[in-house]
Design a protein around this ligand. Structure first.
Ligand SMILES: *Cc1c(COP(=O)(O)O)cnc(C)c1O
Length: 482
């Protein structure tokens, strides 16, 4: 007995729901500018499109931008195709990413590769998603006659990627808080040397958590938020996740000859956005064997994949490491994976995150759903500072390539899980130039500075230095959003 097709409201990848089940179904542009779903959950597509063998074969021949369109267009049905195509082509240009490949694959030895995700303007992988976000934000805001003031806190990579993606764009301003004197000189120069009139750097006399608290307080003031069109571009933004799916396909096609082959990916992870995009690629039918999740000493996620126990760390327990972009106390995209793991049961997700609120975590190691975790291909591990230094030295001496400390975490854990006959693709999430101190410690010399970045630290800097004072920050914003 078949149900008439008209009776089935087919689940669509271009329709969005909340992991906690209490959001009306939304479309791509509805969720593009938002953060959390109104019920506190995360926005996810109703379904992942499953690609046919023919569709996958057709993708193998595409350029990066065309591949990006082929994948992202599945998740969007409220931007006309031609418009979406030109947004994607504007974001993924060789002038922005240094080559037409956008994310070239570098082979270290047969079966071991580096997927170079860090050739965008800020030399970290976040540019890949953020550049597209810049195009999409400007497009949708103009279409709706709106403006947006992005408020964020950063300890490094995210803030600069957002500023470079949004600089000079119509209808958008960026107010980025960073801890005064706590970022590397290179990271500081990257952000503070921007002279665009729509970019505002605010250095807070305090630590990253102080910046984060101010952002929360300002965004929590509903009247201020709506009067000044305050928005965010945090790591839970759905469009960022979907843009990252593309390079898993790109890496797969570059490392294989036919779609009968499998590969594994090693991913240095923090907020679980990058590797979650890999999970989506795998759900879409890309032949991925393992997704190797690499943590540093802040091993919240490694603990989960080993045991089923998710235990959020306090800020006191969160260590400052030499792979700082992975220093997380909880993993903000992780709820999206758990939604899939528990069979897309929003009531279950809501219950688990209530436990996170009340008890600081949950344990599903004994739950029936845990038995299916293996089918998602995740394996995990963690690295210490010494492991990172060793990996940097080893890759330098064996292959003549200098990797950054985050990439080193990925390679270290990836190699532990490497299997004969399965190509391993390690994600290069930043270039070493951003982390000179650790490179000097590992190799005894400075990392190479890419062309165009020489002398960055001596350029004129533009930053307002302020105390950790919510009202002062509000006054500053209010004075510049008229
Ligand atoms: C953000 C970042 C990571 C972590 O990525 P997630 O998507 O948060 O898991 C790893 N390495 C570098 C260099 C980063 O900037």
């Amino acid at each position: 007995m078949s149900v008439p097709a008209s009776r089935l409201a087919a689940a669509s990848p271009a329709r969005y729901v909340s992991t906690r089940g209490r959001m009306p179904v939304a479309r791509f542009c509805d969720v593009l500018l938002g953060g959390l779903a109104p019920d506190g959950g995360l926005v996810v597509p109703q379904a992942y499109p499953r690609l046919t063998t023919d569709e996958l074969s057709a993708m193998r021949k595409l350029s990066y931008a065309d591949l990006a369109f082929a994948i992202i267009s599945r998740y969007v049905d409220d931007i006309p195709e031609n418009d979406l195509r030109s947004l994607v082509h504007r974001a993924y240009r060789s002038e922005v990413f240094g080559s037409a490949e956008i994310t070239p694959l570098k082979t270290l030895e047969p079966g071991l590769h580096l997927l170079q995700l860090s050739n965008g303007p800020t030399l970290a992988f976040k540019d890949v998603a953020m550049q597209l976000l810049g195009e999409m934000f400007e497009y949708v805001l103009q279409r709706e006659g709106r403006t947006l003031n992005i408020l964020g806190a950063t300890s490094g990579d995210t803030g600069s990627a957002a500023e470079y993606a949004m600089r000079g764009r119509k209808g958008i301003r960026v107010f980025m808080l960073s801890p005064h004197g706590k970022m590397s000189p290179f990271q500081r120069a990257q952000m503070y040397s921007l002279q665009d009139a729509n970019i505002f750097n605010i250095a807070i006399r305090g630590v990253f958590d102080d910046c984060q608290d101010i952002v929360k307080a300002v965004s929590g003031d509903a009247a201020f938020k709506s009067a000044h069109q305050i928005g965010a571009v945090n790591s839970i933004n759905w469009a960022r996740v979907v843009a990252q799916v593309v390079y898993y396909f790109k890496g797969y096609f570059a490392a294989t000859r036919s779609n009968d082959e499998q590969v594994s990916f090693a991913v240095p992870s923090g907020n679980f956005g990058n590797i979650f995009a890999g999970h989506i690629a795998r759900m879409m039918g890309l032949p991925i064997r393992n997704l190797v999740m690499a943590s540093n000493e802040n091993d919240v996620l490694d603990e989960f994949f080993r045991s089923g126990r998710y235990r959020v760390r306090s800020s006191r327990e969160t260590l400052q490491t030499s792979s700082p972009s992975m220093d997380i106390s909880k993993a903000s995209n992780f709820e999206r994976f758990v939604f899939d793991l528990v069979g897309r049961d929003p009531a279950m997700v809501a219950r688990l995150w209530r436990e996170v609120e009340d008890a600081g975590g949950f344990n599903i190691g004994e739950a029936p759903c845990w038995r299916s975790v293996g089918q998602y291909g995740f394996v995990s591990g963690r690295s210490s500072h010494a492991d990172r230094l060793n990996a940097i030295r080893k890759v330098s001496s064996q292959y003549g390539v200098t990797i950054d400390p985050h990439t080193a975490d990925g390679i270290n854990v990836g190699l532990q899980h490497r299997e004969p006959g399965v190509p391993l693709i390690c994600m290069e999430t930043a270039l070493p130039a951003k982390f000179a101190e650790t490179i000097r410690e590992a190799l005894g010399h400075d990392p190479e500075v890419p062309p165009g970045y020489q002398g960055l630290e001596s350029r004129l800097q533009r930053v307002a230095i302020m105390d950790p004072d919510v009202e002062a920050v509000k006054t500053y914003i209010a004075g510049r959003t008229k």
